[in-house]
Structure formats: C-alpha cells, structure tokens
Ligand binder design. Structure first.
Ligand SMILES: [Ca+2]
Ligand SMILES: [Ca+2]
Ligand SMILES: [Ca+2]
Length: 178
C-alpha cells in the first residue's frame, strides 16, 4: 500500500537523499552528495567551495539527526524540515552546492551547469531540465542563486514551485526512482 505521504515534497526529498533506499539518510550518504556534485562539476575535492560545502552539509546533518545516532529517519526528517530550518541550515548547504556548480562565480548557472548539478544531487535529467525551463521565466538561459534557493524553499515549504519539476512532482515516486 502506498504511504499516505508518499507524494509529499518531504517524501520526495527524503527518497532522493536516502540513496540506497533503506529508510534512513546516513551521514555518509548525505556527505557523499557533496562529492558527487564536486565530481560532476569537475571541482577539485580540496577546492574552497567544496570544503565549504562539506562543512555546511555536516552542519545540516547534525541538525537533522535529532537523536544523534548517525541516521536520519523519515520521522526525524519530517519533524525537522520547514521554514526555520530551511533558513538556518538548508539555505547555506544548497547555496554551497550552487557555488560548486557556478564555475565563473557570478552567482548564476547556465542550463548545462544547472542540469549537471541537479542530476548529481539526485534528480532525473529530464526533470532537472524541466525545472530549469520553469525557473528561467525571462528566458535568459541563466538562473541566479536567489531564484534557485527560493524555488527549492517554496517546494519544501509549500509543495508547489517551478522547482517541483526537478523532483518529478506529478509522477509517482516509484517511477521517479527506478
Ligand atoms: Ca540510506
Ligand atoms: Ca537519528
Ligand atoms: Ca555562473
């Protein structure tokens, strides 16, 4: 039977972060996200933007893992996620991944950078492309940092956002995660 919350933004994001699908986000799983994005964007593992991202992700994980057992369950994640935690914790971490992808450090990603970032972060390629097109409302071919972070925040907190496409919203979770 499908979980009643299986189509919620929280469930979609949790399913993306629980890479091996065992029902918990481990610290290793969460930190590997930084390495995947760094590798996808051809960044050296010791580049300052990668080091900063690792520190930001360590902080998010410590914040999410309420009972400090090194595993974040869906219940822990759901109790944690929201406006306040987004501002305190998610924004720096998501921003740090954006910075890894922003090769020329001008605060904007082009379509290719955006798709590579979101695919490395766990989204399906076509979903990431759809999200870029939805976010790029002026058709400039660039997405700025604030637009990107606001798009994710609205998805996390309100469930509806141009970024929803990145997470396969509208398609069943099982289809989004082959
Ligand atoms: Ca897991
Ligand atoms: Ca825990
Ligand atoms: Ca740029």
């Amino acid at each position: 039977m499908p979980h009643p919350l299986s189509d919620s933004p929280q469930h979609r994001i949790f399913a993306m972060l629980d890479v091996d699908g065992d029902g918990a986000i481990t610290r290793t799983e969460y930190l590997a996200r930084v390495d995947r994005v760094a590798a996808a964007m051809d960044r050296d593992a010791h580049h300052p933007v990668v080091t900063a991202a690792r520190a930001a992700h360590e902080a998010v994980f410590a914040d999410m893992d309420a009972d400090h057992d090194g595993r974040v369950t869906f219940e822990e994640y759901r109790a944690w996620v929201g406006h306040e935690t987004f501002e305190r914790s998610c924004r720096p971490a998501l921003g740090s991944l954006f910075d890894i992808a922003d090769a020329d450090a001008d605060g904007r990603l082009n379509r290719d950078e955006f798709i590579r970032l979101r695919t490395a972060a766990g989204n399906a390629g076509p979903d990431a492309a759809a999200a870029f097109d939805a976010l790029d409302t002026d058709g400039s071919g660039l997405i700025d940092r604030d637009t990107y972070l606001a798009g994710i925040k609205t998805f996390v907190t309100a469930g509806s956002s141009p970024m929803a496409a990145a997470y396969g919203a509208g398609r069943p979770v099982l289809e989004a995660r082959p």
